[in-house]
Design a protein around this ligand. Structure first.
Ligand SMILES: Cc1cc2nc3c(=O)[nH]c(=O)nc-3n(C[C@H](O)[C@H](O)[C@H](O)COP(=O)(O)O)c2cc1C
Length: 367
């Protein structure tokens, strides 16, 4: 496969065209892979408009990954990617602290049984096999880099690898490991922050305006850089291209589209949220992620609250509360991931939204 080079020195719209040509797209907008919120219907709409559909496969067993890819292929000729989390080292368990957390969470939802965090997480190697077998043209990663044996298989199969990074050092590491594209994720981004080190994101919360040009300067002559985090309208897209992006990745701004199908209280809260109404929190999963600053998020970050357990223990401990909140339609306890530009999310059909955004962005960029 021809290497993707020399993007850095191209003018913005030429960069966009080169990226689209390389990935078989008609517009340079990627749907963010969103674990739990990237249904096939949304990827189909995005791919049909000419963008790149995405699947956040973190919580999907191999059968579900195969079924998702099969459904998208059956309903569009467009392009899509599948995304996996690179696993963190096994967390250290602290039974006494977990007991305090269970008590705290029991005040917000059903009583939390002691064994709930002992359930094993999905097998990463089996997920990788399912992704390789599904054979998308593109895969992506977050929280680290794929192991060398997986990278070799990706290269053999001509599958391109988009690596999410949150610092310049991570961008260099990902390119050295064989990444074909870097997704620079600013701290404005909704959902989990893709820091390679589980404990680092709190001290390296870098905004996209600083991160994107720095990553482009560091690796942009070798690979294209995709901008992610807080992009929700034509101004944001144009700004990302001015700062050196070859494409943009959008998550939160797609969540209110009919194809996303998220819970109504979450969709409504996105529409209302000003940037300061979101907050980075570990209180849902143990990994840092940006969500609506709900009553639970605020209470869990209060000094007297027990510190969240590491990923994935906190996720298991908070599961009953999150599930109860969804069933009750209660935003105060819901896991309502949201980027800082949530208020820009609209309820247009996803394909119309993407076409409008790119058409307006081209006007801003002086087509
Ligand atoms: C609900 C939700 C779930 C997410 N899950 C994932 C995921 O599984 N893998 C991943 O690489 N990124 C995930 N992200 C982060 C996105 O890929 C992307 O970086 C982010 O949405 C961009 O910021 P924005 O939401 O402001 O557009 C998620 C984001 C959201 C909003």
């Amino acid at each position: 496969m021809t290497p993707l080079t020399n993007y850095r020195d191209m003018p913005p719209l030429a960069r966009a065209r080169a990226f689209c040509d390389a990935f078989g797209l008609r517009l340079p907008i990627l749907m963010a892979p969103m674990a739990g919120a990237s249904p096939a219907s949304l990827a189909i709409a995005v791919a049909t408009a000419g963008g790149l559909g995405g699947c956040g496969a973190l919580m999907m067993a191999p059968d579900a990954i195969r079924a998702w890819a099969g459904e998208v292929r059956a309903r569009t000729n467009g392009a899509f990617q599948i995304n996996l989390w690179i696993p963190d080292p096994a967390p250290e368990r602290d039974p006494a602290h977990e007991a305090r957390l269970r008590e705290f969470l029991g005040e917000w939802g059903p009583a939390v049984p002691p064994q709930i965090a002992d359930i094993p997480i999905l097998d990463f190697a089996a997920q990788c096999e399912a992704v390789l077998e599904a054979g998308p043209a593109t895969v992506s990663s977050i929280m680290g880099v794929y192991p060398p044996q997986v990278v070799r298989r990706l290269k053999d199969l001509d599958i391109r690898w988009l690596a999410t990074v949150t610092t310049v050092a991570e961008a260099r590491e990902a390119v050295a490991a064989g990444a074909d594209v870097i997704v620079a994720q600013g701290m404005e981004a909704g959902g989990h922050r893709g820091s390679f080190e589980p404990d680092r994101p709190d001290t390296a919360l870098i905004g996209l305006f600083a991160l994107l040009p720095a990553v482009v300067d560091a690796v942009g002559q070798r690979v294209p850089v995709v901008a992610a985090g807080g992009i929700g309208d034509a101004r944001g897209i144009a700004a990302a291209f001015i700062l050196g992006a070859s494409a943009v990745q959008i998550g939160t701004a797609l969540l209110r589209t009919p194809e996303a199908g998220i819970a109504q209280p979450w969709a409504d809260a996105l529409a209302e949220a000003q940037p300061e109404d979101t907050a980075p929190t570990r209180a849902f999963s143990g990994r840092l992620g940006r969500a609506i600053a709900t009553a639970y998020v605020k209470a869990a970050s209060a000094p007297e609250a027990p510190k969240p357990a590491p990923f994935p223990v906190q996720g298991a401990l908070s599961w009953l509360m999150r599930d109860a909140a969804l069933k009750a339609g209660d935003i105060d306890r819901m896991q309502a991931w949201a980027g800082q530009s949530a208020r820009l999310a609209t309820t247009e059909p996803a394909a119309d939204l993407l076409r409008r955004l790119w058409s307006e962005a081209q006007e801003v960029l002086g087509k």
